[in-house]
Design a protein around this ligand. Structure first.
Ligand code: DP6
Length: 328
């Protein structure tokens, strides 16, 4: 058991899927219907410290220095129970978590949050899980968190059971890879990924086509990453993102996360590409647009976007690294 004085802090970076995860075959264990692949970003991360302390009455969770309510604490408690069970621990926990997201980005992410929590719980419980085991735990907090255990390009293999549904690193992405995040709207999304994917799996007639086609995209993008063929990586990314949003549109009721400025950002990307800058867009369960590009082109891309978006709406990021302990 740890005391407050020897609390250790873990940092995990968020990730953006290039091949999307959108659907579960097991809601409780969070097993996906398909494998996915992402790029970890260094501009957005979460730092978390956990200490198990018998003198506490109950789990106590601070996020960005604010004591969290019962509902938010319950989510964290349930997740920590996975570690308490393994370590045969009964003590309540003090959890302190900080999201490092550029001001007004509205991109606080469950991926970095749950991965950092898994890493911090691992240290506090003394369980010493391997990164692969941590990925399995992080997955049970939020699917995309399984990928935030690693930096660079990361694949979450859907596996056949909980024991083999984890992320693996594909490549460090240290070959001039970057992303420009266009913050279209920083407000909380109206429909969570969790609900959105459930609704899509249950009702979209396009879902079977998505499953078939995303498997092909995954094979091809891994090949393109291996060959360092950036254009090919970008084309597959853009196509895969559009296909999942098409699949969502087919849901009943239809799901659309797009806003007019999302479309504007996509048009700008196409225009820049025509001008010879290789860049490609992708979108998740919200209106923000992420532009995959050469890190060395990111300044020029940002300048072009500044004609339509403000400085604080445009965040440039390079590839992030593996989850790590931070000494303070
Ligand atoms: C569109 O990982 O947030 O970002 O597993 O229900 O917590 P839960 O969902 P979450 O979904 C992420 C969906 C996505 C695509 C992706 O990251 O692969």
């Amino acid at each position: 058991m740890t005391k407050l004085s020897d609390t250790r802090k873990v940092r995990a970076y968020t990730n953006i899927a290039l091949i999307k995860y959108w659907g579960k075959r097991d809601d409780k264990l969070i097993l996906p219907t398909s494998s996915s692949l992402s790029l970890t970003l260094d501009a957005f991360y979460t730092e978390t410290a956990v200490s198990f302390d018998e003198s506490l009455e109950k789990d106590t969770f601070y996020l960005d220095d604010n004591l969290q309510d019962e509902a938010a604490t319950l989510k964290v408690s349930r997740f920590l129970n996975l570690f308490r069970e393994q370590a045969d621990l009964k003590a309540p926990a003090l959890i302190k978590s900080t999201n490092y997201v550029p001001t007004a980005a509205g991109l606080a992410s469950s991926a970095s949050g749950m991965a950092a929590l898994a890493g911090a719980a691992n240290l506090a419980s003394g369980l010493n899980f391997t990164p692969q085991e941590l990925s399995i735990f992080a997955r049970q907090g939020s699917g995309s968190a399984s990928r935030s255990v690693y930096g660079g390009f990361v694949e979450w293999q859907k596996g056949t059971s909980s024991a083999d549904s984890y992320a693996v690193k594909i490549d460090n992405a240290d070959w001039d890879i970057g992303m420009v995040v266009v913050v279209v709207n920083k407000n909380q999304k109206e429909l969570s990924s969790r609900e959105g994917m459930k609704q899509t799996v249950a009702t979209s007639p396009f879902y079977a086509g998505w499953i078939e086609s995303t498997a092909v995209d995954l094979v091809n993008i891994k090949k393109a990453i291996g060959q360092r063929d950036f254009e090919q990586v970008g084309e597959i990314t853009e196509s895969n993102g559009m296909k999942i949003h098409g699949t969502m549109l087919g849901a009943n009721p239809p799901i659309s996360y797009w806003e007019p400025d999302s479309v504007l950002a996509m048009q700008l990307v196409r225009k820049l590409r025509k001008q010879g800058i290789p860049c490609y867009f992708t979108m998740d369960a919200g209106p923000n647009v992420k532009v995959l590009c050469r890190l060395s082109d990111s300044k020029e891309i940002k300048t072009a976007f500044l004609n339509y978006f403000s400085e604080e709406q445009l965040i440039v990021s390079g590839p992030g690294s593996d989850l790590k302990e931070i000494t303070f």
